[in-house]
Design a protein around this ligand. Sequence first.
Ligand SMILES: [Fe+2]
Ligand SMILES: [Fe+2]
Length: 413
Amino acid sequence: MAFTSKIIFGIVLAFTALAYFFRFKKEIPNFWVSFFIFFTFGVVLSLIGFILFDIKPVFAYVFPLPAFILIFNYLADFRTAIIAAFIIPLIYGGVFLGNFEIAFTHFISTLLVNFLIYQRKDFTVYLLGSLLAGGVNFAVLFALDFNFRSLPRILGLLLSSGIYSLAFLLISGLLLMFFKNYIKQVSFLELLNLADLNHHLLRRLLQKTPGTYYHSLLVADLSEQAAKAVEADSLLARVGAYFHDIGKLKNPEYYTENQKKKDIYKGMNPKKAAAIVIAHVKEGVEIARKYQLPKAIIQIIAEHHGRTITPLFFTQAARQKLKMKLGDFRYPGPQPQSKESAIVMLADSVEAASRSLKKLDDANIRKLIDKIIKDKFYQGELEDSSLTSKDLSKIQKAFFRVLKGAFHRRISY
Ligand SMILES: [Fe+2]
Ligand SMILES: [Fe+2]
């Protein structure tokens, strides 16, 4: 391929990548990190490939490019990983080496590994991924080498694919470790273990704060269905919901769902009352850390009230004309940073509000859900969550189905 052709080809690819990134800027997790690594990888890895190709062309084939591209699956999302699986091998093989066979080899194995890893982040899948990448590499090299088949040559190919698999495992492992702080996901198995209601903290929640416990169960149902509707991680949402209020273990009697006598806050300074209620977020994070819950769960606990205001105490304080700052009534945040976190926030508010609903007909339930989602949206609480307005309407429908089912049970039995 002529030099000019390579330059034009490179510009077209870079333009395509830029178009992708900026078109979907709001939806790509860790946008700037992903963006920076995408282009760095595109250039640096291609240069390495260029040098390897110069030494011996086959080295450019067995360089484990997919291991690098895999990181986008963890750092950003599946879609970005697929785009990377197209573009980076094309830059590597097409632009730098002028060899589309090489681009194809890496493109196919990257694509397959991404399909395999999708949404499942445990080690077995990851190990299978490296074997798959090695296998595909072997198959493609074998096909390309078809006319020269001989036993030593096949053994040579097998050996190089084996090395490829190992290098894959090593490189992707190192990258995952390096970018650990950006990766929020938690392994599927870890979540599955926590989804068991026999977890010590959940047992304690049931014994000490049954109101909060049953509230959390319904929040979990709501969150799981909503997450499914928008293709977020439904298991993470469910488990996050189970644990979102564990901070209430500290002073259970201060929360409406556990109150036996109605007027525990009577005569109390609204500022002080707000401080007690708000504290359950911080307490929850502390308990979760003590019990070594995964980071993704701790994040949901920390973010489930975002930066909202406790309206009840704020209005009380305003009515009593107390000297106050709005900040005294505000949860510390941060605002939900992921879809799952935002879903738990919405489910939590919907569940809490639904308890005061007097008429349980469809129209009323719909109105309530609609109001809560709109409130959170207009308060800007959902800004960082990457939920789109289309997602919100899907969430709304999912909430309706679950709530209706729950009310139906309450009425019938
Ligand atoms: Fe809460
Ligand atoms: Fe809650």
